[in-house]
Ligand binder design. Structure first.
Ligand code: DAK
Length: 257
């Protein structure tokens, strides 16, 4: 399918989705949201794809929701149109998504990166929730996810002052998993995605679901959930294959069953 505001490349077992509105620094508008939702719906049912890299340009992952699109909207417009409601579908995508962030990840851009399963940051990356400067606040999960990822004090400071965080601070704060020289970012993200796509996709999906459960429940319930899912893995062919391959000193051949 041809898209106007993103590109999608399938490469072996992975997909690379690139935000592509260079003139607006990849600002998120309705069209881009709908195209991202459609692309991830395709990836979800594509059995060949095990992991996606979501990236932007050298200058911007995404500079936020499109301010020019939002400027004239009324309460009824955003309420009835469920502004950016499509992003819930991306947050619920069952396969892993790696955000490869270079340059600005601001507002909705930072929120989109946080919906992914982990963030690899170029040393040029800058994260921020500057909505307060526009007289609004984060509205695609920023107040909730940022607070859980970096803690109340830093999240409050960023959301109340609009201060940006550089890549080194983002790594120290636990927002990103690793900082990588900008020129190597995409290759590193692809390498990680290929590694994940080579695992049992059943085990990968169950692991993603279980880690995400830790944000939704108490520790005791989460541990109970983990145990149930772990036990269930012994009903999969991939558990037999993975352990047999270890004992036989060979690489496993997972069949995602
Ligand atoms: N929206 C629209 N256009 C944008 C944009 C944005 N967020 N960011 C940049 N652009 C456009 C600029 O207007 C400019 O276009 P032209 O003037 O050339 O036509 C072009 O991209 C290049 O930008 P600059 O000329 O400004 O480039 P600089 O290098 O000088 O500056 C910058 C880069 C990233 C520092 C600057 O562009 C900037 O501050 N951008 C805005 C960042 C921002 O405020 N982001 C947050 C947006 S609000 C919701 C509730 C709230 C929200 C959403 C949902 N719900 C309850 C559902 C709000 C979310 C947001 O993200």
């Amino acid at each position: 399918m041809a898209y106007e505001t993103i590109t999608v490349e399938k490469r072996g077992g992975i997909a690379i989705v690139t935000l592509n509105r260079p003139k607006a620094l990849n600002a998120l508008n309705d069209e881009l949201t709908a195209e991202l939702v459609a692309a991830f719906a395709d990836i979800e049912v594509d059995e060949e794809i095990g992991c996606t890299v979501l990236t932007g340009s050298e200058k911007a992952f995404a500079a936020g929701a499109d301010i020019k699109m939002m400027q004239s909207k009324s309460y009824m417009d955003v309420y009835k149109g469920d502004l950016f409601g499509g992003f819930d579908r991306i947050a619920a995508h069952p396969k892993p998504i790696i955000a490869a962030v270079a340059g600005y990840a601001l507002g909705g851009g930072c929120e989109l990166a946080m919906m992914c399963d982990f963030i690899l940051a170029a040393d040029t990356a800058k994260f921020g929730q500057p909505e307060i400067q526009l007289g609004v606040m984060p509205g695609i999960g920023g107040t909730q996810r940022l607070t859980r990822f970096i803690g109340k004090s830093k999240a409050m400071e960023m959301c109340l002052t609009g201060r940006m965080m550089d890549a080194a601070e983002a790594e120290r704060s636990g927002l990103v998993s690793r900082v990588i020289p900008a020129g190597e970012l995409l290759d590193e993200a692809i390498k990680a995605a290929e590694k994940i796509a080579g695992m049992s996709q059943t085990a990968v999906a169950m692991t993603k679901e279980t880690i995400n459960r830790s944000y939704e429940t108490t520790l005791a319930e989460g541990i109970r959930f983990e145990r149930r899912v772990f036990f269930a893995m012994f009903a999969t062919e991939d558990q037999k294959e993975g352990m047999e391959a270890f004992v036989e000193k060979r690489s496993p051949r997972f069949r995602n069953r």
